[in-house]
Write a protein that binds this ligand. Structure first.
Ligand code: NDP
Length: 279
């Protein structure tokens, strides 16, 4: 069978998804093609009808359509429903089913780098940011059994909305960025999910790491650049680091698994993607 995958979004000219999924096809000895379906936001309905008529095996969805697409699908898996956003769609014999692989992808990337952390669900977690990616990660960590997950965000109202999707065993406090900075020493895993520090604003970071404890893991989900100012500050403090490009790979791995039933091995992928991103 020749698989046909696509990415829907705007703008997507620089997306790494075609490269990642072509690698996965080769690794799993499958054949297929991954193409870009860039579409203007104001003509989504008409453009999506065209994409639908092409009968793709599956497609990814990125900004700004992760929520827009939901009413056009035939069903949602439980994660996508709770998160309220879709980044992967599977064509199941003509039925389009929406999934969200960001949260599971993040957890897989964390487990790959720090296998022991996933065993210790009593570790204290702080998420910086409360946007779409934070929502998926918060859901996955909370339903994955982590007991303490605090959220710090510029807009406290946005952070409050995340708490509605938590598992009952999880305790969450909402903090301002300043409060979080003052309490940084109490966290074992600090996950940076805001867009602060993303290209071209590479000299920005959400807060200094003066108070971080030396055993902590600093995780930044930004992958352009791979070495954000936040991660560089973590390296200077000598703490453990977790990189955004690994989440990008593992969310794609889970999408590929949903589409094909095959889980590609990641052995050389992190290094290859790092080389690609660093030019
Ligand atoms: P959203 O726009 O949904 O959320 C942005 C978040 O950043 C919000 O919490 C927002 O706060 C905060 N923020 C933005 N600017 C500022 C600022 N100047 N000061 C303080 N807070 C700010 O974005 P996403 O969640 O979709 O993406 C966030 C980042 O994650 C992006 O850099 C994206 O590239 C990356 N990402 C990486 C993935 C990967 O696979 N590695 C996957 C998905 C995203 P507020 O609520 O106050 O507006």
């Amino acid at each position: 069978m020749d698989y046909r995958f696509a990415l829907i979004g705007y703008p997507i000219g620089h997306s790494l998804s075609p490269w990642i999924h072509q690698q996965f096809l080769a690794k799993t000895n499958l054949t297929g093609l991954y193409t870009l379906e860039e579409m203007e936001p104001n003509q989504f309905e008409r453009n999506f009808a065209t994409v639908k008529s092409k009968n793709y095996s599956g497609f990814n969805v990125t900004l700004p359509f992760k929520q827009t697409i939901i009413p056009f699908l035939d069903g949602l898996d439980s994660h996508a429903k709770a998160i309220g956003a879709v980044n992967t769609v599977k064509n199941d014999q003509g039925n389009l089913i929406g999934y969200n692989t960001d949260g599971i992808g993040y957890l897989r990337s964390l487990e790959s780098a720090y296998p022991n952390l996933i065993e210790n669900k009593d570790k204290r977690v702080l998420i910086l940011g409360a946007g779409g990616a934070a929502r998926a990660i918060y859901y996955a960590l909370s339903h994955g059994g982590f007991q303490t997950i605090d959220i710090a965000n510029r807009s406290l109202d946005n952070a409050q909305k995340l708490v509605l999707i938590k598992a009952s065993e999880t305790t969450t406090r909402i903090l301002s960025l300043l409060e979080a900075e003052q309490e940084l020493s109490t966290y074992d895993l600090i996950i940076q999910t805001t867009s602060i520090g993303m290209k071209p604003n590479v000299n920005e970071m959400p807060m200094p790491l003066t108070n971080v404890k030396h055993t902590a893991i600093i995780s930044d989900i930004i992958y352009q650049p791979i070495w954000t100012k936040f991660l560089k500050a973590g390296a200077i403090k000598g703490v453990n680091l977790h990189f955004g490009h690994t989440m990008l790979l593992y969310q794609a791995q889970y999408a590929f698994e949903i589409w094909t039933g095959n889980k590609p091995l990641m052995n050389d992928m992190e290094t290859k993607l790092k080389q690609l991103l660093e030019g």
